[in-house]
Design a protein around this ligand. Structure first.
Ligand SMILES: [Zn+2]
Length: 143
């Protein structure tokens, strides 16, 4: 699925919020260190060990979300997405995205869920509940 498939044909409003730190826990810990000027772990594909990094350096490897480039706080398009997850189930989708603004250092969080989205677990639960109901409705065999 391409990004445009994911973010087009939305049938419900997006949930958005702005935060001064990331929602994703691992990045939240790193963000606190970046802000405090403490060393953070270097991306394993670049090297190893720890280093004090600027916000720009820390976020250099992230990409902008082309569908949602604007910062929800200041409107800047100098943003980088550090978190994106999507779930598809039987043609229904939900996703969430979080972008860091490199100008005002806010985190813009957006999430979307189709109105009738159900997870595979939900489908499974309903199937079992229907089965259980069917069992209960059966006449008890007389021995
Ligand atoms: Zn901003």
């Amino acid at each position: 699925m391409s990004l445009s498939d994911v973010v087009s044909n939305l049938r419900a409003p997006l949930t958005t919020r702005v935060a001064d730190k990331p929602t994703v826990r691992v990045h939240s810990v790193e963000w606190r260190k970046i802000m405090a000027g403490e060393p953070v772990e270097i991306n394993p594909s670049v090297g190893h060990g720890y280093r004090v990094m600027s916000v720009d350096e820390w976020s250099a490897r992230w990409k902008q979300n082309e569908a949602f480039p604007e910062c929800l706080q200041c409107g800047s398009k100098n943003t980088k997405e550090h978190h994106f997850t999507q779930t598809w189930c039987r043609g229904k989708k939900k996703w969430e995205s979080e972008c860091l603004c490199r100008d005002c250092h806010s985190f813009s969080f957006r999430s979307y869920c189709d109105p009738d989205f159900k997870t595979p677990e939900d489908f499974e639960k309903e199937r079992w509940q229907a089965l259980a109901k069917g069992e209960a409705a059966k006449p008890v065999p007389v021995s």
